[in-house]
Design a protein around this ligand. Structure first.
Ligand SMILES: [Ca+2]
Length: 314
């Protein structure tokens, strides 16, 4: 039942205006585990700036999931877990693992990416919640968040696995993806990009998996990838993974391989994937792909849930 789809024309050019802000965290992880952590940055849930997660059963992973996600399920034969975030510590996303993009970054998207703002990114109910809001914060009509590991964690080869639930509706564009850590030196697409998952809410029954390199990229209509039929894709959590080695990248959805990009041996223009890539989790709104059918008011607040990120190597 799976159909290979053409991705619509997207001007997916990376705009090198990323401002990764590493905030100084005054609270330690133990404090984050308390339900009512207080600090001076608006992270006190239940205050006027925060949201009280105890009133929000919608974002409880256990309520929404098909299966428990306790740590016993993390072991995979033949792989060694080298990095993870289970998003168990309520409150601020772990600043030792995550940084933020800030501002309007790429693809003519409508959202302003806010930094360290609990309304847009927080851990609650066992998941990272990235929430896009139409709240006119600081003069920005639509706010959201984009978290990444640049400068904190990156990997060459391995299995990157993310369990997530995407938000539906016209305008949403959540993604799980990677970029080469050398992007500041060589630019995009030379650094390589791996789209472990993309979803556009106006096309609710498909997930998309793609790679972009100098030789194969969207700007020239030569990117490699696939769209995959998943009826009701947004209604439950799914597990998205890549298994990446020197010869190929396999894309795996809920345990099923959907697409393989093979190293054709012609060099770095086709295969820049012998160097480190870092991970990005973001919820875009509108833009050159997500906005093709407009942005519906009723999508707000749009809630993108990430239950965990696990990175394995051989
Ligand atoms: Ca979790």
């Amino acid at each position: 039942m799976n159909t290979h789809l053409e991705k619509p024309v997207v001007d997916f050019r990376y705009v090198p205006a990323v401002i990764a802000v590493i905030f100084a965290c005054s609270s330690c992880s133990e404090e984050l585990e308390k339900e009512t952590t207080l600090d001076d940055t608006g992270w006190a849930f239940g205050t006027s700036q925060g949201t009280d997660p105890s009133n929000d059963s919608e974002t409880n992973v256990q309520d929404d999931s098909d299966e428990p996600t306790d740590s016993d399920t993390r072991e995979i034969e033949g792989w060694r877990l080298v990095w993870f975030d289970e998003f168990d510590a309520q409150g601020r996303p772990d600043p030792s693992k995550w940084s933020y993009e800030q501002g309007y970054i790429r693809n003519n998207e409508a959202q302003y990416y806010a930094v360290d703002r609990p309304e847009n990114a927080r851990v609650e109910g066992g998941a990272l919640l990235i929430e896009a809001r139409k709240d006119w914060h600081d003069g920005h009509e639509i706010t959201s968040a984009s978290l990444h590991t640049k400068g904190k964690a990156s990997w060459t080869y391995g299995r990157i696995e993310v369990r997530a639930k995407v938000p539906p509706g016209n305008g949403t564009w959540p993604a799980i993806w990677t970029l080469g850590t050398n992007i500041d030196q060589v630019g995009w697409p030379n650094c390589g990009e791996i789209d472990i998952m993309e979803y556009v809410g106006y096309d609710p029954n498909h997930f998309h998996f793609n790679i972009h390199t100098d030789a194969f990229n969207h700007a020239e209509g030569t990117n490699k990838g696939t769209g995959w039929d998943v009826p009701g894709a947004h209604e439950q959590f799914h597990v998205f993974a890549i298994e990446w080695d020197a010869a190929k990248i396999d894309f795996v959805l809920d345990g099923e391989r959907t697409f393989t990009f093979e190293n054709d041996g012609t060099g770095i223009a086709a295969w820049p994937y012998d160097e480190d890539q870092y991970l990005i989790l973001n919820l875009a709104i509108g833009g050159s792909w997500g906005g093709l059918h407009g942005i519906a008011d009723e999508i707000f607040p749009a809630r993108y849930l990430i239950d965990y990120v696990r990175v394995y190597q051989r």
